[in-house]
Design a protein around this ligand. Structure first.
Ligand code: NAD
Length: 360
């Protein structure tokens, strides 16, 4: 098990419900800045150690996002396809109830959606128990696009902080899902030229630029971007090698590795997905002069939106808060990362904020 350090964890709570067979773990890593906030995932093989690592990652992510949340995470060891899924969620809610919402606030994660969040909040008997609830319960759903918007804004801010302009810069996006589609929408609106987008079937690449609305129609009607009809279709892995200015890994973890890092031609890599590469691989890119916008900076729009949900704010106010936080935090990281190591700079800022709260 991961050792305890000065930051946490404050609580590691393992629970078991004999009736459903549900086993779960809730890790509250650090609450110096506010209640521990982090997703609740359901996976048959989730481990306490994995949840501890994810809870720590949330401590840094929420601090860097500059929202008044600490870090936490929970995992329910249960088959997500079981007909007894709801009973397992409710059993877990009963077990961890006493920590909510002062020390823990949940959110959707692997195999949990707004439906499970509604069940969880209902069982706890407090709407504040979780974010990511249905709109009818005051939720601000991911479908509003806060994360993809934040990714696009982080890139724009970073480019402008170096005296550049998004206008005409070419972009390739891995994953045409929630995050990828919104990142494309806003980058296109702000003058960038998205030339490639991918999904599990492959890449659509058109050097003349892809139209966001047209590609959305293709995906909706034909289920894959590769059926677009215009441009070239390439295998998924080719996306990372394209001659573009900006590369956005936005689907899966560990897609840029020692094996393909030398093929990356982009000058900016913005991590929309979580952990699309290790720190070692990031450093290789940084040494080549590539600007890496780390995941916990670039994709923080989602957690900022979660904070807005707990405040009961509407969509308009949420986008204002995401704009302010992403712009400020990106500028700060760009100023601090004089040596090019943006992850180290971002982590240092997050740690300073947590330490300051702990001192108070
Ligand atoms: P999503 O399920 O909406 O979309 C994922 C997309 O990836 C789909 O278009 C899918 O076809 C595509 N994909 C799957 N396999 C692929 C492959 N081999 N090659 C290329 N594309 C492939 O997911 P999402 O919500 O957009 O999340 C994407 C990533 O962003 C994940 O890593 C997630 O953890 C991270 N993230 C999401 C949010 C959010 O608010 N949704 C917040 C922070 C981080």
């Amino acid at each position: 098990m991961r050792a305890k350090d000065e930051f946490g964890p404050e609580y590691v709570v393992e629970v078991f419900d004999a009736k459903t067979g549900m086993q779960g773990v809730m890790v509250i890593d650090n609450t110096a800045r506010g209640p521990g906030k982090g997703g609740m995932r359901m996976q048959p093989d989730v481990t306490t150690e994995e949840v501890m690592g994810l809870a720590r990652a949330m401590t840094w992510k929420n601090a860097l996002a500059d929202i008044p949340f600490g870090g936490a995470k929970s995992g329910i060891k249960f088959d997500p396809k079981s007909p007894h899924k709801e009973a397992a969620i409710r059993a877990f809610a009963d077990k961890v109830k006493k920590f909510i919402p002062d020390l823990y606030i949940a959110g959707p994660d692997m195999n949990t959606t707004e439906k499970e969040m509604a069940q969880f909040a209902d069982q706890v008997g407090n709407n504040m128990a979780t974010t990511g609830k249905p709109a009818s319960m005051g939720g601000l759903p991911h479908e509003l696009g806060s994360t993809g918007y934040g990714v696009a804004l982080c890139i724009k801010t970073a480019v402008e902080s170096r005296g550049g302009k998004l206008d005409g810069m070419t972009v390739a996006i891995e994953g045409f899902g929630n995050v990828g589609t919104f990142a494309m929408k806003f980058l296109s609106e702000w003058g960038a030229k998205v030339v490639a987008a991918s999904d599990s079937k492959g890449v659509i690449y058109d050097n003349n630029g892809l139209d966001h609305g047209e590609l959305m129609r293709t995906k909706a009607e034909k289920k894959t971007v590769t059926a677009h009809g215009k441009g070239q279709v390439l295998p998924p892995a080719e996306l990372f090698k394209l001659p573009v200015d900006i590369l956005i890994p936005g689907a899966r973890p560990n897609v840029i590795t020692d094996a393909n890092v030398d093929d990356v031609k982009a000058k900016i890599v913005a991590e929309a997905a979580n952990i699309p590469m290790t720190y070692g691989v990031e450093k290789k890119l940084m040494q080549k002069g590539v600007l890496v916008l780390p995941d916990f900076l670039a994709n923080a729009g989602g957690v900022i939106s979660s904070y807005c949900e707990t405040m009961g704010w509407d969509e308009k106010k949420m986008f204002e808060v995401v704009t302010e936080k992403i712009t400020n935090n990106t500028k700060l990281v760009m100023e601090r990362a004089k040596d090019g190591d943006t992850r180290a700079a971002a982590l240092a800022i997050a740690k300073e904020r947590v330490l300051e709260a702990m001192r108070k």
